[in-house]
Design a protein. Structure first.
Length: 166
């Protein structure tokens, strides 16, 4: 056992020194600053991720809609659009399959959603659609589609030309 040391007045001298109030307050202040900076960086990164994810979803919807439209328009035998008749917001395409059976595809807006209905089987092509325009010029069909992000902060547009109308 270690002998205890005493000072001149006879009290025990403590070899360990504690923290005073000022040191504790400075430590808490610095720790709070570090946590605040780290937290704000984390929230900013998460917000940025949500923004990029929304943008990627809008791009995916736009490209998916254009891909299916281009495929259907390339097979079109008849459409319900007059040549140079001006833009419309829906389109009906009739096309034959390899056996000669006729099929009907309808593209139409429903609220802010673009839908595609093939012989009664409907599917959503794109959400958050702000505008859609179908045009016909001779044998060529055109679609101009604008899709915005879910939070409305950004929009993208594409035009597709396709067709082999008789």
């Amino acid at each position: 056992m270690k002998p205890q040391s005493t000072d001149r007045s006879g009290r025990r001298a403590n070899s360990q020194r504690g923290f005073n109030l000022v040191e504790v307050m400075v430590s808490i202040g610095l720790l709070s600053l570090v946590v605040t900076l780290a937290g704000s960086a984390l929230f900013q990164a998460l917000g940025s991720q949500r923004w990029w994810q929304a943008d990627a979803m809008a791009t995916r919807d736009l490209r998916h809609a254009m891909s299916l439209y281009g495929r259907d328009a390339a097979k079109a035998e008849t459409v319900d659009l007059a040549d140079a008749g001006g833009p419309v917001s829906s389109l009906i395409i009739t096309w034959p399959d390899s056996t000669g059976s006729l099929h009907t595809t309808t593209f139409a807006m429903s609220g802010d959603t673009l839908t595609r209905d093939v012989d009664g089987a409907a599917m959503i092509l794109a959400r958050n659609v702000t505008s859609v325009e179908f045009n016909r010029s001779g044998k060529t069909l055109q679609l101009e589609l604008t899709v915005s992000t879910a939070d409305g902060t950004r929009s993208q547009s594409l035009q597709v030309y396709a067709g082999r109308l008789p």
